[in-house]
Design a protein around this ligand. Structure first.
Ligand code: NAP
Length: 243
């Protein structure tokens, strides 16, 4: 069976490794990070929206589309739903389970940037771990706040009250504790990405009793079947029932 995996997270790579020995797998990434080394075809770069992806599925004779993208990569998931419909093939999804707060955690869930700003108003030293978005709002840094922003890649702007850290995870809990202490962080700003690779910051915030402002997950389109475990997904695919 020919399967296109829309990837970009560790579990998608694992899925490709599980499926490649028995299926004709194409693994696709956006191309912002390093492409993984796999024993299957690896495609780097966008398709040109849902239409372009639909055309690709038809041209390559793909039998099943697997959306195993990051929980916040909502556009590619929408494209996948549209493309599978265009190409009349089933769409399955791997959805990484979200992190859950412990009873003593102080998590404040927000839907968007304005709500996040409001939730941060009473803090002085927020640590942003939500990608590049804070860099689009540097003119909004209140004079009493100092922002620490960690992201994959960005040119450090010459802005007062900002420290930019360019770094790629995983980050261990001890490393995160040190960072929180060194920068005297009083609130962590995060996406609910799930998984273990970047969970260290939440464990560190819990140890220090820090508040966490959590950007809610986007709503993703429905898929024919969805899984929260890659082994289950692989087994279901091997069983060959893919409606
Ligand atoms: P997005 O907004 O869903 O996708 C933007 C465009 O990138 C898509 O329309 C598509 O371009 C291309 N694209 C995304 N994933 C692709 C894939 N697997 N194969 C081929 N093309 C792909 O996603 P994003 O802009 O990458 O990220 C949105 C949020 O998710 C960010 O917060 C980011 O930090 C987080 N995130 C994303 C990834 C990832 O691998 N995408 C990994 C970790 C975290 P076309 O329309 O041209 O096809």
């Amino acid at each position: 069976m020919r399967v296109l995996i829309l990837g970009g997270i560790g579990e998608a790579v694992k899925l490709a490794r599980l499926l490649a020995p028995r299926h004709d797998v194409i693994y696709s990434v956006a191309g912002k990070g390093r492409a993984p080394e796999l024993d299957c075809a690896v495609r780097v770069g966008g398709f040109g929206g849902g239409e372009g992806l639909g055309d690709f599925l038809r041209e390559k004779g793909v039998d099943l589309l697997l959306d195993a993208t990051h929980p916040y990569a909502a556009q590619i998931s929408r494209n996948a739903a549209q493309a599978a419909e265009r190409a009349r093939i089933p769409l399955w999804a791997y959805r990484r389970p979200a992190w859950r707060p412990e009873p003593t955690d102080d998590w404040r869930e927000v839907a968007d940037w304005p709500a996040m700003r409001a939730a941060l108003a009473s803090f002085r030293r927020p640590f942003f771990t939500i990608g590049l978005e804070p860099l689009q709002h540097l003119s909004e840094i209140p004079s009493r706040q100092r922002w620490l922003v960690r992201c994959l890649a960005a040119t450090p702007p010459d802005t007062p009250n900002l420290t930019l850290l360019r770094a790629t995870g995983p980050f261990g809990v001890e490393e995160e504790l040190k960072l929180l202490r060194d920068f005297r962080i009083d609130v962590l700003v995060a996406k609910n990405s799930g998984g273990s690779a970047v969970e260290g910051k939440l464990l560190a915030a819990r140890r220090l009793g820090l508040a966490v402002v959590m950007l809610e997950r986007p709503v993703l389109p429905a898929s024919g079947r969805h899984f929260s475990d890659v082994e289950c997904l692989s087994a279901a695919l091997d069983a060959g029932t893919f409606d």
